[in-house]
Design a protein around this ligand. Structure first.
Ligand code: CUA
Length: 248
């Protein structure tokens, strides 16, 4: 009978699906984010160094910041990320990693992440949480040095490429044309950009300056509005744009 055949087919499909899930968990370590119900919600943010290259970060999300705002660890470190909310629902996403947690009041969510590559990793809120939602961000500095790179620029002359490295632009923008979290820098200057609303702009100095200062004003089609506004002084923005012009 037809019903029987459908039932048998569905059962085989279900068993195969469980097999694939079991395989991906065992062989590739792909796992679902775990909601740790046995961790009590906390109010104090902290970073615990559990051992060499083993860290535990307790993030507290509140309107409109993450604490701790800056965490530094050497490349190759594994971090256990716990996050609790001090007020409303937020989202914690670490750009360039698989970490994307819902931050729910009264619960603690957890993710484990390994930072193989040095760089600045942005921690952003991806759940609308009020007026300053788009400014809600923190950083994880993955570098050999135990000191965080300075955020404010001293009046030392630097090149545009130094600035791109300093502000960790390449954590999300490639220099060789490959797509990452954000559009590649290669060939960007002077190109036509199609925006999320279907309109077209030219990536000239004015557009690039705006996109650094206020990234979500004109988001390119196909990309998420996840870049936080960068507090970069105008003279440095100009240097960065001049550098982008050289990346044909
Ligand atoms: Cu917190 Cu959006």
């Amino acid at each position: 009978m037809l019903e029987k055949k459908i039932l048998v087919a569905a059962s085989i499909f279900a068993v195969a699906l469980f097999g694939v899930i079991a395989l991906s968990v065992r062989l590739f370590g792909i796992d679902l984010p775990t909601c740790l119900t046995d961790v009590r919600p906390f109010k104090d943010a902290k970073v615990i160094e559990q051992g060499p290259k083993r860290y535990e970060i307790h993030y507290v999300a509140r309107m409109w910041k993450f604490e701790p705002a800056n965490v530094t660890m050497p490349p190759g470190s594994t971090a256990d990320v716990y996050v609790a909310s001090a007020d409303v629902t937020h989202g914690l996403q670490i750009i360039g990693t698989n970490v994307n947690l819902e931050v729910v009041p009264g619960a603690v969510n957890f993710a484990r992440v390994k930072f193989d590559k040095a760089g600045d990793y942005l921690v952003v809120c991806n759940e609308y949480c009020g007026m300053q939602h788009h400014n809600m961000a923190a950083r994880i500095h993955v570098s050999e040095k135990s000191v965080a790179p300075p955020v404010a620029a001293a009046s030392v002359p630097t090149s545009g490429s130094d600035l791109v490295a300093k502000y960790a632009c390449t954590a999300c923008h490639s220099l060789d044309g490959s797509p990452m979290t954000g559009p590649t820098f290669k060939g960007l200057y002077g190109s036509k950009r199609i925006l999320a609303d279907g309109t077209t702009v030219t990536a000239d100095e004015a557009y690039l300056t705006e996109s650094i200062n206020n990234p979500n004003a004109k988001v390119v089609k196909g990309f998420d509005p996840v870049m936080p506004p960068m507090p970069i002084p105008p003279n440095e923005v100009h240097q960065i744009v001049e550098y982008l012009e050289t990346l044909k």
